[in-house]
Ligand binder design. Sequence first.
Ligand code: KIV
Length: 264
Amino acid sequence: MKAITLNTLKSMKEQGHKIAVLTCYDSTFAKVANQAGIDALLVGDTLGMVLQGHDSTLPVTVEQMTYHTASVARGNEHAFLIADMPFMSYSSPEHALKNAAKLMQAGAHMVKLEGDLWLTESIKQLTQNGIPVCAHIGLTPQAVHVLGGFKVQGKTEEQAKHLLETAQQLAQAGAAMLLLECVPSNLAAKISKSIKIPVIGIGAGAETDAQVLVLHDMLGLNDKPAKFVQNFMVDKTSIKEAIESYVAAVKDGSFPALQHQYIF
Ligand code: KIV
């Protein structure tokens, strides 16, 4: 199968074809997810929670992200590979460039940064140096202590306006992809329609261009799954089948269903 690139994902958005994304942290799961037809893999800093057992993503280091990115890259066949920049690894544009280079050299095709309008300069710096950026806005788990918990964002009119403008300005600054986490479905739909770059949603309704779930959540390994999670392992006899079923549900629009969405 032909390698999936940023251009492939952009044309999928233009043609209205949904993009299926999953987090992945090692080589074996990368191979299985590729065989199951996944479009993109995200080496998420959620590895701090699902692999290391922390209660947030804050303890994850650049060295750990580099190690897992290289592991996933070795098992990856054709999927587009995004790697998370961990907490405090992009506190200035220069710092961001130095650390993003490590992830790209480990095999990532794009890096993801969480934040707000303050990401603008780092996005420009990385993009000018040949590093595509995914900007992660809405619920940004690295800022959990500022946000006061893992809460839905953009519920008031003022917050929604701010998120919409932030998305547009970050796209204008050069972000090649956007990730929206835990925002009302109607806001996510409006943001996705208002920018040309692919928008990945998690807890952001059915109208984003792509969906992502944390691998361990969609395999039913989380005791307290969030509202937006579906366990795709139910009635399946293998992980490959579960991922195939996730990919099919994203592509035909049956996931996320209404019960997985924040509607206000
Ligand atoms: O780190 C991660 O796995 C993420 C997901 C929540 C999308 O950013």
